[in-house]
Write a protein that binds this ligand. Structure first.
Ligand SMILES: [Zn+2]
Ligand SMILES: [Zn+2]
Length: 497
């Protein structure tokens, strides 16, 4: 293929995205050969005019559940709904077209009625279909009678008041549901995820897939990614290192649950929930379990990623990671903690002292932060304001990168960047420069790929996004309205708006 000379743009790189660094870039065989000002075009090159766009290295999302996202993009999106009536209408329409009626993104606090639908109400809407309506945090769902009957064949003692399943039952049934859906349905979903990524300027995702019981979906994602332009770093969510070994992946684990979520009172806390005084959440993995996982990871030269949200869960993970660092020294790629929403001061120190990587979800604060948000309802305002301490961690030099936890929140770095800049706690707001880096360069550090991806420099992958406006010139209030004009992967245009 002829070398490509991109010109007429304003190219920006770390460390200072505010500065215009180059206006032309030579790309050959998918890699950046050279950047500079007014690079001369030769007759053997193809010139590509980027028409004055702001060019940044492509966005990356360090925490995606690709299979689930595909299924979610295939179902009904309930996030914009404001009443149960509206939800029932959407479900009824879907029921005429599909045996499986899957609803996603339900948030009862945004509904007029401020409650979840009941199983009986779902039966009234779609008595013969399989109906599964999941809350936005994906730790609970309401099922109709058909779905409950299926669920009870798997979990005979299932507790489901008004059809609501939650916690460990939800997690187990969710994996079974994913298994129950036909492979062709899921394969189509992966295509939808790729399209969605490209539309949002995302060239790389970290895909956290499968489970100990099921390798099928992880394999399907691996197969899909081989033929796809989207760069996919895969984590198989299991304690078994066989798959990463076989495929040459560098990490194991993923959203491997140490606890649950704050929304469902399953995040493990030291002190009880404000709105459930008898409840301190669930710790699914104890320190001894995590020690075992870390031992397996070290013996196989892998890094480990674990999900931890509540302070009790994060303390357990951070101190066990510290133990591993003492025992084996620094791993080639740092172990990861996913979410890290409610870290104690001690856990923050341990993350810094042991050079852990923390994968945050900026949009969580946007959805659930603030004095009247879900976090404050669950924990009271005092604990809630201390959640997601992004700036505190960054100032201490902790390695942070950002992700969406899609389908919990959408793959949409621009919204994530705006959430970082507009944190509900003014003390934890990031500069635009830091916010950009968390979605551009930093995710690659978590995967040990930062010397070839995340910047536009000689030898790096020519993955870049063209924005319609300069993020440093639009008012902060309008950041979220920035648009992706084009996405190029390996110098090839994969999306054009
Ligand atoms: Zn998680
Ligand atoms: Zn996750």
């Amino acid at each position: 293929m002829r070398p490509l000379l991109f010109h007429n743009f304003s190219g920006r790189n770390l460390p200072d995205y505010a500065r215009h660094e180059f206006d032309s870039m030579l790309v050959e065989n998918g890699l950046v050969v050279k950047t500079g000002y007014q690079l001369p075009a030769h007759h053997d090159m193809t010139a590509v005019d980027l028409k004055g766009a702001t060019v940044l290295a492509a966005f990356a999302d360090a925490h995606v559940h690709m299979t689930q996202t595909g299924i979610a993009l295939s179902g009904i999106q309930l996030e914009p709904t404001t009443s149960l009536t509206q939800i029932f209408e959407l479900l009824a329409a879907e029921a005429t077209a599909n045996e499986f009626v899957l609803g996603w993104g339900l948030q009862e606090t945004r509904l007029k009625e401020r409650r979840l639908p009941t199983s009986a109400e779902l039966d009234a809407v779609a008595p013969k279909n399989f109906v599964w309506v999941a809350r936005q945090d994906l730790h609970s769902a309401v099922l109709n009678a058909v779905a409950l009957k299926w669920a009870r064949t798997l979990l005979p003692d299932l507790q489901a008041p008004d059809g609501l399943i939650r916690g460990n039952d939800y997690n187990r049934l969710c994996y079974c549901l994913i298994d129950k859906l036909p492979q062709a349905f899921k394969r189509k979903g992966l295509e939808l995820v790729q399209q969605h990524c490209f539309k949002h300027g995302v060239a790389t995702i970290h895909a956290l897939e499968g489970s100990l019981e099921s390798t099928e979906d992880t394999l399907a994602v691996a197969e899909f990614s081989k033929a796809s332009d989207l760069h996919t770093v895969i984590y198989h969510q299991s304690s078994d290192p066989a798959m990463p070994h076989q495929h040459g992946w560098k990490g194991m684990g993923g959203c491997l649950l140490v606890d649950g979520s704050l929304g469902t009172h399953t995040a493990a806390l030291h002190e009880p929930y404000q709105d459930a005084p008898d409840c301190r959440g669930n710790l699914y993995l104890e320190a001894a379990d995590i020690e075992k996982l870390l031992t397996t990871a070290r013996q196989n030269q892998l890094h480990l990623a674990l999900h931890a949200i509540g302070d009790r869960a994060i303390d357990t993970v951070a101190s066990t990671y510290a133990w591993a660092r003492q025992k084996w020294g620094k791993p080639a790629i740092a172990d990861r903690i996913e979410h890290f929403i409610m870290p104690s001061d001690k856990a923050i120190r341990q993350a810094r002292d042991n050079a852990l990587s923390v994968c945050i979800q900026p949009a969580f604060d946007r959805y659930w932060g603030g004095s009247d948000g879900l976090y404050a309802q669950r924990l009271g305002p005092e604990r809630a304001t201390r959640l997601n301490p992004f700036k505190t961690m960054l100032d201490l030099g902790i390695q942070l990168a950002a992700g969406s936890d899609s389908p919990v929140t959408a793959i949409d770095p621009i919204t994530g960047i705006a959430a970082l800049v507009h944190h509900t706690n003014p003390d934890e707001r990031l500069s635009l420069n830091s916010a950009l880096s968390l979605f551009i360069s930093e995710p690659h550090k978590l995967a040990g790929e930062s010397l070839i991806r995340g910047q536009l420099k000689t030898g790096y992958h020519a993955d870049f996004v063209c924005l319609d406006n300069d993020p440093f010139k639009v008012s902060p209030a309008r950041l979220a309205s920035l648009q992706v004009k084009n996405l190029y992967i390996a110098g090839r245009c994969v999306y054009s708006n």
